[in-house]
Design a protein around this ligand. Structure first.
Ligand SMILES: *Cc1c(COP(=O)(O)O)cnc(C)c1O
Length: 367
């Protein structure tokens, strides 16, 4: 008699899931190689750290930790609504914007439905799609970016969801606002369009447009943003979406009642008000992007022009061994073979000192 294994008991989509592989934590490399003075440029974190105002706000919130957090996230939603000129009913808070991506999949997908996203797009899209057993339609990229015409053509009667990352991770490619709006406008109303703007703050600086105005026109549009990247609060897990109130209402039905903890809520609200820290973050990023790309040029390496706080560099050979050699020099970057980019490494922009250490290590490894 054949007993089913635990694996066979899991739902079909989950059986085939390969877990998300995060950037290697500094402590893990310390344990593995006994190194100290490690730098991590692997997860698009803010090299300047969190806003000092966020840290102060968390210290003040510590006294109330015995109480459940405000499950409605009232103050943070008010602050976001005021910042963006929206109503609080249009905002959904998530445990990272990652949770929002999961909530959308859970609320809108079944095994009969399909999801369209681009080749080289953020790894979480295939994961949340598979977990609910829906079909992923992966559209070949164009110059490493989204091919919107091909994506529009891939939409069928089964399609319920489209994921677009703008800028995209790990490629850093950015779509023009006009082209993007035309794509959204042409989507059937039965398709939810998730516009993932995890790196929005870095684009805005560069004169990027603002997609929020589109929310009035497209009730099927969901914009996701996060406090993990430019706001430097990745460890706290706070993200959010902006949408029609109806779409927000649906997501609100499937989320956990206390999906943001009270320290995270307090810190995010304070971080949002610290425009100076955000400004310094964006300046550091622009300078660091220049420092890294000039370094690549000097090494004769090509890279994909990036609108985010990271850059994918083509090292002209298999990336994994170079990634490993960099680890031995105490530098953690991100291999992206799992994104069908085996010859690339993705480097997060660090401080000027970190960028310099990385460039020297890369030069030594490639020599
Ligand atoms: C980092 C990232 C996210 C998720 O970040 P959270 O920490 O969960 O908010 C979402 N989308 C893209 C494209 C990202 O790079």
């Amino acid at each position: 008699m054949n007993k089913p294994t635990i694996y066979q008991l899991a739902v079909a989509g989950v059986q085939k899931l390969i877990p998300y592989k995060a950037g290697k934590p500094i402590e893990e490399l310390e344990r593995e190689l006994g190194l100290t003075q490690i730098i991590k440029l692997a997860s698009n974190e803010n090299p300047l750290g969190p806003s000092p105002k966020a840290v102060t706000a968390m210290q003040a919130a510590l006294a109330d930790l015995a109480l459940y957090p405000d499950g409605s996230g009232f103050h943070l939603k008010q602050a976001l609504a005021a910042k963006y000129g929206l109503d609080a009913s249009q905002i959904t808070l998530g445990n990272g914007s990652n949770e929002i991506l999961e909530l959308v999949a859970r609320a809108f997908l079944t095994p009969e439905l399909a999801v369209v996203f681009s080749q080289h797009a953020f790894a979480v899209y295939p994961l949340v799609t598979q977990a609910v057993g829906a079909t992923a339609i992966v559209v070949p990229a164009c110059d490493y970016g989204h091919d919107l015409a091909a994506m529009a053509a891939a939409v069928t009667a089964q399609t319920r969801l489209v994921f677009i990352a703008n800028p995209n991770n790990p490629t850093g490619t950015l779509l023009a606002q006009a082209e993007l709006e035309a794509f959204i406008a042409a989507l059937p109303e039965t398709v939810i369009c998730v516009l993932d703007e995890a790196y929005f703050e870095f684009v805005q600086q560069a004169g990027g447009g603002d997609s929020i105005a589109w929310l009035q026109k497209y009730p099927n549009l969901l914009i996701t943003r996060t406090f993990s990247k430019a706001y430097g609060l990745a460890g706290l897990r706070v993200g959010y979406s902006l949408s029609s109130p109806e779409l927000a209402d649906i997501l609100n039905r499937v989320r956990q009642p206390f999906n943001n903890n009270s320290l995270a809520l307090a810190a995010a609200e304070a971080a949002l008000a610290d425009s100076e820290h955000l400004h310094n973050t964006i300046s550091n990023n622009s300078e660091g992007m220049l420092q890294l790309t000039e370094g690549f040029k000097a090494l004769g390496l090509a890279w994909i022009p990036s609108a985010g706080n990271f850059v994918a560099v083509d090292i002209g050979r298999e990336g994994l061994p170079v990634y490993d050699a960099l680890l031995h020099k105490g530098v953690i970057v991100r291999p992206v073979a799992n994104y069908e980019m085996p010859n690339f490494l993705r480097i997060s922009i660090g401080t000027a000192a970190e960028n310099a250490v990385f460039l020297q290590a890369l030069a030594d490894v490639l020599r």
